[in-house]
Ligand binder design. Structure first.
Ligand code: 13P
Length: 270
């Protein structure tokens, strides 16, 4: 029996019903890839491939690509997200972009606290929390990334690390705001390495995160929060990962850059 099942001692039928109630979200995170004109081409290729999707389809793209992505996605079921924001509303922060700027452009989602931003751009649990609050205040939907390093997994502290990241990210977030939040569990050792967490590992840690949300809020909030897995998810392994009880979607890097691969992942989400 996995830890997630100890946290949630539910009958199989209840599990099935709860999973159906949650929104499945398949989101691409392009990272620093594609120019604005490549963005327009990509969306025009993708739109017919995902028009019958059974889930929310999101592409999170570099700031300079947002306008083209939004224009090309107009009238389709593709939603657009940014990959970062600044937590201040405005002011002397050269090179930064605020939540209000993104909202005004028509952006709906924003990735916050990706491990690459934590690793290369000094993001901390506290700055992640400030960004989450700023995004919610502007009416954006944060996709909050948490996940352990390989050393942390080997040291047996995955649960502690991921719980701490989740608890701090959600400081000051009300239970009604939780319907606009997605948590993405991304084990850092699985990102861009081709080393996917097993479906059982992904389910276990997503279950731990759901347990944390249950303690912070209540079981209803926990059961209705979308928790994604990210880390080398691809057209081949998506359906096994997405079939797990606690895995409500994917945050996809490399495999989101090709419309064919991305659309196969979208169709794996049933
Ligand atoms: P890959 O799918 O390329 O491993 O990246 C995952 C990721 O970091 C998504 O945010």
């Amino acid at each position: 029996m996995t830890l997630s099942h100890l946290c949630f001692n539910m009958e199989k039928d209840d599990e099935k019903m709860n999973k159906q109630l949650r929104k499945t979200v398949i989101a691409g995170n392009w990272k620093m890839n594609k120019t604005p004109s490549e963005t327009t081409t990509f969306v025009s290729e993708l739109k017919d491939k995902v028009s019958g999707a059974d889930c929310e389809v999101v592409i999170c793209v570099p700031f300079v690509d947002l306008q083209n992505a939004i224009a090309a996605a107009k009238g389709t079921n593709i939603k657009v997200g940014a990959e970062n924001l600044h937590y201040e509303k405005s002011g002397a922060f050269t090179g930064e972009v605020s939540a209000d700027m993104l909202k005004d452009l028509g952006v709906e989602y924003v990735v916050i606290g990706h491990s690459e931003r934590r690793q290369y751009f000094n993001e901390t649990n506290l700055s992640v929390n400030k960004k989450v609050i700023a995004a919610l205040e502007a009416g954006l939907k944060p996709i909050v990334c948490v996940g352990e390093l390989l050393e942390e997994r080997e040291q047996g502290i995955t649960e502690e690390v991921v719980s701490l990241q989740t608890k701090i990210a959600l400081m000051g977030v009300s239970s009604s705001d939780m319907k606009n939040i997605i948590i993405a569990y991304e084990p850092v050792w699985a990102i861009g390495t081709g080393k996917t967490a097993t479906a059982e590992q992904a389910d276990e840690v997503c279950g731990i995160i759901r347990g944390v949300i249950s303690k912070l809020y209540n079981n209803d909030v926990a059961e209705s929060t979308t928790i994604q897995y990210g880390g080398s998810m691809n057209a081949k392994n998506a359906s096994e990962l997405l079939g797990k009880y606690h895995v409500d979607g994917g945050l996809i890097g490399g495999a989101s850059l090709k419309s064919e691969d991305f659309s196969i992942i979208v169709s794996a989400a049933k």
